[in-house]
Design a protein around this ligand. Structure first.
Ligand code: KIV
Length: 275
């Protein structure tokens, strides 16, 4: 079934959990589609997992469009969200609308995600007015890593928790259709979830959210540069890949790959006539 903003919002009203994963390429998108994943996020985490940057700061609009378009070709049923990269929306409301539009037109996204609360509400309002659904992102917002001085759990003090609640109310009032809560204490995420009508999607925010998101290389054990506490490895695909690469190397080196069954034949008469 094709997931849309309305079907995802209905899942919250029906008390059904929403399963979201990040994705950055066509063949993985096909697999997620076949597995029935509800929502795919082309996250700017591709800066870390695909491009090998230390953070998401250097990710460009071109990077996001390139990967979003590839995922869109493979994922027919999941709702497709694409991240707005650093400085593609913070600079002005105009930039935000133009860049959100590019992610839809060129990246074939069906919703855009941006980081921040009250400070980006003018951008959210304008993007929504342009008929582009928006997902907000609160709590630990990785594009602000240098302002925070590291990746830390957010909203632990009374003031920080109250600010997060106020931001959540503000992004909903500005027209956001969904909100991601990253690295937030579970009780606080639950309170936000109860307070809002739009779905909350948690990552390191406990079980009380309306849905969950994980970076797919994290949950498959393929990205081990840094493994946050909230990550569960549902399979060790990294190990499976390493073993397959090593087996391939052995067979190439010892000449057992390719064998007869994987080679093309031709008429012996033809080969004999060649000089
Ligand atoms: O970029 C990303 O993958 C994200 C998720 C961590 C929510 O924003």
């Amino acid at each position: 079934m094709k997931q849309t903003v309305s079907t995802i919002q209905q899942m919250k009203r029906d008390g059904k959990k929403i399963a979201m994963l990040t994705c950055y390429d066509y063949s993985t998108a096909r697999l997620m589609d076949e597995a029935g994943v509800d929502v795919i996020l082309v996250g700017d985490s591709l800066g870390n997992t695909i491009l090998g940057y230390e953070d998401t700061i250097s990710v460009t609009m071109e990077d996001m469009i390139h990967h979003s378009a590839a995922v869109a070709r493979g994922a027919k049923n999941p709702l497709l969200i694409c991240d707005m990269p650093f400085l593609s929306y913070q600079t002005s409301v105009y930039d935000a609308v133009v860049n959100a539009g590019r992610l839809m037109k060129e990246g074939r996204a069906q919703m855009v995600k941006l980081e921040g609360g009250q400070e980006v509400c003018p951008q959210i309002e304008a993007i929504v007015k342009a008929s582009i659904p928006v997902c907000a992102h609160l709590g630990l917002t990785p594009q602000s890593v240098h302002a925070y001085g590291g990746y830390k759990v957010q909203g632990k003090t009374e003031a920080a928790a109250q600010k997060l609640l106020d931001d959540a109310r503000a992004v909903e009032a500005a027209g956001a259709s969904m909100v991601v809560l990253e690295c937030v204490p579970e009780k606080l995420a639950q309170k936000v979830t109860e307070l809002l009508e739009i779905p909350t999607i948690g990552i390191g925010a406990g079980a009380g959210c309306d849905g969950q998101v994980l970076v797919y290389q994290d949950m498959l054990g393929m990205f081990t540069d840094y493994v946050p506490k909230f990550v569960k490895q549902f399979a060790n695909v990294g190990e499976v890949m390493k073993n397959a690469f090593a087996a391939y190397m052995d067979e190439v080196k010892n000449g057992s790959f390719p064998d007869e069954s994987r080679s093309y034949k031709m008429d012996e008469n033809v080969i004999e006539k060649l000089y």
